[in-house]
Design a protein around this ligand. Structure first.
Ligand code: FAD
Length: 480
C-alpha cells in the first residue's frame, strides 16, 4: 500500500453519504499544456489537486511537439541566414552544420522547461503522480501499478498520438513519425513528406534549410488546406523557390523499401499513377485521441471517433468527469488545450460562467516565411453569406520587412461589411506568428475595425503592415 493510499483512505468517507469528503477535489490525467495548466489553476483556486502522468511531464507539446520543433527550426533559420550573409555585406569563409548539436540543443531546452514545469507544480502544491491512469468509477482513478486516488472530480487531458496511415506503416527507420524526426541525429539525403498541413510544412522547411532534398505531397489542392486559400498558394510559391517539390491534389498509396531506399507510389493531380524514390518518408498526417486505455466505454462516457464528447463547460456524459485538449478533438493546438484547462477548472470552481469562445484561437505555422491565422477565411465568410470587406498589405511595401531582408508575404484581414467587426486575419511573412496577436485581440474583444484604426504603430515595424491591412479594408490605405 502506498503512502497516497494511506492518505486517501484516511480522508475517504462512504461515497453514498451526502457530504462526501474525498482526499482530492480534482485528479487530472495527463500533464500536457491542457492538464498542467488546468492542475495549476485549480490549485490556485484552492482545490486539492493530483496530476497523473505516465510519461514525461509536459506532454506532446513540450517533449515531442511545439518546443523541440521550434528549437530545431531556429537552427534552420540561422543556417539559412548565414548562407545569405553576403547579401548583407558580411563575408563568411564556410558555414557548416553539426546536426547532432542541433538536436542536443533542442533536448536541453525541453529538459529545462520540463524541470521548470515540475517546479511550478510543486510550488502550487499539485501532487504529481507518475504512472498510467485509468478510471475505475466516477470518483476513483487507478494508477499503475498500485495507487488508488479517490476524488470529487476528474479532468481527462490525455491528448493525442500519431496514427497509422494505410500503406505507410511506421518502422521509425525508413518511414518515420514526427516523434522520431525530432530525435534522429542524422539527416536523410532525401525525404518524402506525407501531408501538407502544419506539421508537414514545418518539417519540409526545416529539412530543406539543412540541404535535404524534400518532396511534400498533399491530397487537397493547396498546402495548409484548412487556412485561407491565399496562404497556401503563396507558401507553395515560396517553397518552390527554395527547391521543395510540392505535389498537391495528389494521393500517395504506399511506400516500400527497395535496396535501402523507399519507392513511393502516388497518383498525381491528373490521376496518373507515378513513383518516386526517397531515403525516408515522414508521415505528417493523422493523429488519434488517447482515450482507449482509460476505461471510458465501461463507464458509458460518450465518444465520437475516439474523441471525448463534452459540453460547453467541458463536462462529459458523466457529471463528475471532464475532458479538455486534444482528446476532445480539434483544434489540436497547445494554447487551445491550456485555455480549455483553465476555463474548465474555473467553471468547476464556480469562478467562471462564460464558455470559452473558440472563434478567436490563432493558428500558427513556424516554417519560413511564417504563417498565422485567426478567425474565418475569406471563403468561409462568403459561404456564410456575409458581406465581406477584404484589406491586404504586402510585406514588399514595408520598409522594415525590406530592411530585414524578408519581403515575402502579406497581411490580409476579413471584415464584416455590416457590423464592421473583424471576422478573420491571415498573415504570411516574417514575424507572422507574433503579429497575429494584435488581430486576435481585436477579434476576441469584438472591436470594430473603425475603433482601432487610430491606434499608433511604431515606425518602422512589421506591425505597421497589420495597421495598413486594416486601413485598406476601409478604403483608407496610405501606403499602397
Ligand atoms: P498532450 O500534450 O498530448 O499531453 C497528454 C499527456 O497525457 C501526455 O503527457 C501523455 O503521456 C499523458 N497520458 C496519456 N494517457 C495517459 C494515461 N492513461 N495516464 C497518465 N498519463 C497519460 N501546437 C501548438 O499550439 N503549437 C505548435 O507549434 C505545435 N507544434 C507541434 C508540433 C508537432 C510535431 C506535434 C506532433 C504537435 C504540435 N502541436 C503544436 C500540437 C500540440 O502539441 C498539442 O495540441 C498539445 O500538446 C495538446 O495538449 P494536451 O494537453 O491536450 O495533450
Amino acid at each position: 500500500m502506498t503512502l497516497l493510499q494511506v492518505e486517501s483512505n484516511h480522508f475517504t468517507n462512504d461515497k453514498n453519504t451526502k457530504d462526501v469528503m474525498y482526499p482530492y477535489e480534482l485528479v487530472v490525467i495527463g500533464s500536457g499544456p491542457g492538464g498542467a495548466y488546468g492542475a495549476i489553476r485549480a490549485a490556485q483556486l484552492g482545490l486539492r489537486v493530483a496530476l497523473v502522468e505516465k510519461d514525461e511531464v509536459g506532454g506532446v507539446c513540450l517533449n515531442r511537439g511545439c518546443i523541440p520543433s521550434k528549437a530545431i527550426i531556429r537552427s534552420a533559420q540561422i543556417f539559412e541566414l548565414l548562407k545569405e550573409a553576403k547579401t548583407f555585406g558580411i563575408g563568411l569563409e564556410k558555414v557548416s552544420l553539426d546536426y547532432p548539436i542541433v538536436i542536443e540543443r533542442s533536448r536541453k531546452i525541453v529538459d529545462r522547461l520540463s524541470k521548470g514545469l515540475e517546479f511550478l507544480l510543486k510550488k502550487n502544491k499539485v501532487d504529481l503522480i507518475k504512472g498510467k491512469a485509468s478510471i475505475a468509477d466516477p470518483h476513483r482513478v487507478l494508477v499503475e501499478p498500485s495507487v488508488t486516488l479517490d476524488t470529487e472530480k476528474i479532468l481527462i487531458s490525455t491528448g493525442s498520438t500519431v496514427k497509422e496511415v494505410s500503406g505507410f506503416k511506421m518502422d521509425e527507420k525508413f518511414i518515420i513519425s514526427s516523434d522520431r524526426a525530432l530525435m534522429q541525429e542524422v539527416l536523410p539525403k532525401s525525404i518524402f513528406i506525407l501531408g501538407g498541413g502544419v506539421v508537414g510544412v514545418e518539417f519540409a522547411y526545416l529539412y530543406r534549410s539543412f540541404g535535404v532534398d524534400v518532396t511534400i505531397l498533399e491530397a487537397q489542392s493547396r498546402l495548409l488546406p484548412s487556412l485561407d486559400a491565399d496562404l497556401g498558394a503563396e507558401l507553395e510559391r515560396s517553397f518552390r523557390k527554395k527547391g521543395i517539390k510540392v505535389l498537391c491534389s495528389s494521393r500517395a498509396s504506399r511506400a516500400q523499401v527497395e535496396n535501402s531506399v523507399l519507392k513511393i507510389s502516388y497518383e498525381d493531380k491528373t490521376r496518373v499513377e507515378k513513383e518516386l524514390y526517397a531515403h525516408q518518408v515522414l508521415v505528417g498526417i493523422g493523429r488519434k485521441a488517447l482515450s482507449e486505455e482509460l476505461g471510458l466505454e465501461k463507464l458509458g462516457i460518450e465518444l465520437a471517433n475516439g474523441y471525448i464528447k463534452v459540453r460547453d463547460n467541458f463536462q462529459t456524459s458523466l457529471p463528475s468527469i471532464f475532458a479538455i485538449g486534444d482528446v476532445i478533438g480539434p483544434p489540436l493546438l497547445a494554447h487551445a488545450a491550456s485555455e480549455e484547462g483553465k476555463a474548465a477548472v474555473e467553471m468547476m470552481a464556480g469562478k467562471r460562467h462564460a464558455p470559452l469562445t473558440k472563434t478567436a484561437i490563432p493558428s500558427c505555422v513556424y516554417c519560413h516565411p511564417e504563417v498565422a491565422s485567426v478567425g474565418l477565411s475569406e471563403e468561409e465568410a462568403k459561404n456564410l453569406n456575409l458581406t465581406v470587406k477584404v484589406g491586404k498589405f504586402p510585406f514588399r511595401a514595408s520598409g522594415r520587412a525590406l530592411a530585414e531582408g524578408h519581403d515575402e508575404g502579406f497581411v490580409k484581414v476579413i471584415v464584416d461589411g455590416s457590423s464592421g467587426k473583424l471576422l478573420g486575419g491571415h498573415i504570411m511573412g516574417e514575424g507572422a506568428t507574433e503579429l497575429i496577436a494584435e488581430l486576435t485581440l481585436i477579434q476576441s474583444l469584438g472591436l470594430s475595425v473603425e475603433q482601432v484604426l487610430d491606434v499608433v504603430h511604431a515606425h518602422p515595424t512589421l506591425s505597421e503592415a497589420v495597421h495598413e491591412a486594416l486601413l485598406a479594408s476601409q478604403g483608407r490605405s496610405l501606403n499602397i
